[in-house]
Design a protein around this ligand. Structure first.
Ligand code: UGA
Length: 457
């Protein structure tokens, strides 16, 4: 074989799908992105993304112009055309439940099964509950037998590990490639698709469906656990003293532990980690293994307590001013101007899904504070969710006349703030560092006392 795979379709042009489609074109394939929303694909084709992702808009425009990348709303167009169909639609948390909503994945599989008219491989990339690929393979066989269309269609699973902010880089040069396959042919096809990263010695893991599905959720559960682990120790150092950053550095030197993802702070958010650990618990419960994944509900709870900690710190700082000891939060916060630095769930992203920063801002507002919110990229998305907060256009505007500043997303712009300038701007210079990224001694010397996470006060 070799060189047989030329045409690729990508179903779903959200975060994952748009990135994958552009990167497949970059690898030299002819690609069509499929989405049910015509307005969305029209904007995409012009390089207008509904989210912030460095380098992606340029890559899309480059390959729309090179002719290798197109978009359509019509499954029929790709069914007789592509050799490989990737499914990259969302699996959001079902409202009021922990479980993932599988309706988009199921609909994509069904539409493909009913429109493919040549030999093809369908490759699921969405994050799904373990057991999904087996179920979909059954559904695929059934639908193909019923509709009698020409061509042999097989299913494979290929989880995605890209991080927001690094989506293009992570897709073109991944840490590893994991494929769940049911035949040698399917593995061969995927080896061809990923020939470029394979040539660069990227580890290749070919396995069965359940393992491939589990690799994805296990990785995210591990990362969430690492963050909540260090944040749990923050609760101890807050009680007895000690420096959580030094603790993380020290245990991180043990290569078996590793320093990455041990940054204590206001906790994890975003469209993946929180929903994935909840979906995993829901799936375990379905399998009769509720106790097995119960520790993840502790990780979730530790994570959510970090937000309360920031609110409590703000109340304490402001109550001390008013001379109230143990003031009720509303009494302490009423009328206080609080500069909120960052609402994105992490820097270099405009995503506010499950954002700890935005949650804290909204809680303070609800308790009566006058919140001046500034984020370099995420103000618009935050305003769409919580329109009543006061969104401002610059960090200086947020800080001006503020009684307290709270750093909640560690954008470079905030890490590089000049503390002397901050001291000039604020009514009462002081800051809560929700991400532990500032040099507290330097800031204190410049006249801005800083309280961090995991710090006894
Ligand atoms: C995460 C995973 O890192 C990706 O590998 C995975 O592919 C992706 O989810 C997904 O499932 O699609 P992402 O959500 O983009 O990627 O964000 P991360 O960089 O993992 O950060 C998640 C959250 O943890 C952020 O809110 C961040 O601020 C927080 N975090 C991270 C900490 O609080 N402390 C740390 O030490 C590291």
């Amino acid at each position: 074989e070799g060189g047989g795979i030329v045409r690729i379709s990508v179903i779903g042009t959200g975060y994952l799908g748009a990135t994958h489609a552009a990167c497949m074109a970059e690898l030299g394939f002819e690609v069509i992105g499929v989405d049910i929303d015509p307005a969305k694909i029209e904007r995409l084709a012009r390089g207008e993304l509904p989210f912030h992702e460095p380098g992606l808009a340029e890559l899309i425009v480059k390959h729309v112009e090179s002719g290798r990348l197109r978009f359509t709303t019509d499954y029929a167009e790709v069914g007789g055309w592509a050799d490989v169909h990737f499914i990259g639609v969302g699996t959001p948390q079902r409202s009021g439940e922990h479980a993932a909503d599988m309706r988009y994945v199921d609909a994509a599989l069904t539409s493909l099964a009913e429109s493919i008219s040549k030999d093809a491989l369908i490759v699921g990339k969405s994050t799904v509950p373990v057991g999904t690929a087996d179920r979909l393979a059954g559904l695929l066989a059934q639908l193909r037998a019923a509709n009698g269309l020409p061509g042999t269609v097989e299913l494979a699973w290929n989880p995605e590990f890209l991080r927001e902010g690094f989506a293009v880089k992570d897709t073109l040069t991944p840490d590893r490639i994991v494929v769940g396959v049911a035949s040698e042919h399917a593995e061969q096809v995927l080896r061809e698709v990923y020939a470029a990263p394979l040539a660069a010695d990227t580890p290749w893991i070919a396995t069965d469906f359940p393992t491939a599905e589990l690799v994805k959720v296990a990785a995210n559960a591990f990362l969430a656990t690492k963050i909540s682990f260090i944040n749990a120790f923050s609760e101890i150092t807050e009680a007895v003293g000690g420096d959580i950053r030094t603790l993380a550095d020290a245990i991180g030197h043990d290569a078996r532990i590793g320093r990455r993802f041990l940054n204590a702070g206001v906790g994890f958010g975003g469209g993946c980690l929180p929903k994935d650990i909840r979906a995993l618990q829901a799936r375990a419960a379905e399998l009769g293994l509720t106790s097995t994944m119960r520790f993840l509900s502790e990780m979730d709870a530790i994570n959510l307590r970090r937000r309360e900690r920031v609110v409590d710190l703000a109340v304490d700082v402001l109550a001390a001013d008013a001379g109230h000891r143990r003031a009720a939060p509303v009494q302490a916060l009423q009328g206080a101007r609080i500069a909120i630095l960052g609402v994105a769930f992490k820097p270099d992203s405009d995503d506010v899904r499950d954002s700890p920063a935005l949650d804290v801002a909204n809680r303070l507002y609800t308790l009566g504070a006058d919140t001046a919110v500034y984020d370099p990229e995420a103000n618009a998305n935050a305003a769409a969710r919580f329109p009543r907060l006061d969104y401002v256009d610059s960090v200086e505007e947020a800080l001006r006349d503020a009684d307290l500043a709270i750093l909640l997303t560690e954008w470079r712009e905030f890490r590089e703030l000049d503390p002397a300038r901050v001291a000039e701007l604020m009514a009462t210079p002081r800051l809560i560092d929700g991400r532990n990224v500032l040099d507290r001694d330097a800031w204190a010397a410049a006249g801005v006392p800083v309280v961090g996470m995991g710090q006894k006060v």
